[in-house]
Write a protein that binds this ligand. Structure first.
Ligand SMILES: Cc1cc2nc3c(=O)[nH]c(=O)nc-3n(C[C@H](O)[C@H](O)[C@H](O)COP(=O)(O)O)c2cc1C
Length: 157
């Protein structure tokens, strides 16, 4: 098989260490997750964050149309959840759900849960930039999951 031509560029970007989140939105059957590391804070007042949704993603229709979603920052122990919500079964089991005050589904065990209303969506290149307004949030102490050069690490202070 031919080498992926995007590989050298992706390898260059992978030198930028990030945390890992799972974005959760609901379809008619319940909550669905997607592993995302493109999170950035945009504005404090109002509270706005953005993440980027790939056009190729099989869950694009759901996440691209969602009016509400939660962004769940993974703890260092939750590497398995990172991989599952990237490539495995993306449906949350009822015991994995932590309900936000709005009634939106978050991921139990997350370090931070941002409860968002979709604010702006912009198609740019092969991704959609999704800006969320943070309506509510929860956070707890604990070490974070790091993603760096295609592998995982632990962020602690
Ligand atoms: C650490 C990590 C970060 C990711 N970040 C993003 C992201 O920011 N945006 C995105 O659309 N997909 C991201 N993905 C990929 C998706 O989680 C998912 O694997 C991809 O959409 C392919 O899913 P599919 O094969 O079911 O379509 C990330 C995957 C991993 C492992």
């Amino acid at each position: 098989v031919a080498a992926d031509p995007t590989l050298p560029y992706r390898a260059a970007l992978s030198a930028f260490a990030t945390g890992v989140t799972v974005v959760v939105a609901e379809d008619e059957t319940g909550p669905v997750g997607l592993t995302v590391n493109s999170l950035a804070s945009v504005s404090l007042e109002p509270r706005l964050v953005l993440w980027c949704l790939g056009d190729e993603c099989d869950r694009r229709a759901l996440f691209g149309a969602a009016d509400r979603f939660t962004i769940n920052v993974l703890a260092a122990e939750d590497m398995a959840l990172c991989e599952r919500f990237a490539w495995g079964d993306a449906r949350l089991e009822p015991h994995e759900v932590r309900l936000a005050p709005s009634g939106a589904s978050g991921l139990k065990g997350a370090l931070t849960i941002l409860d968002c209303q979709a604010h702006t969506k912009i198609g740019l290149g092969d991704h959609m930039v999704i800006v969320g307004r943070v309506m509510d949030f929860e956070t707890r102490p604990g070490d974070g999951l790091l993603f760096f050069r295609g592998g995982y690490g632990r962020a602690s202070t």
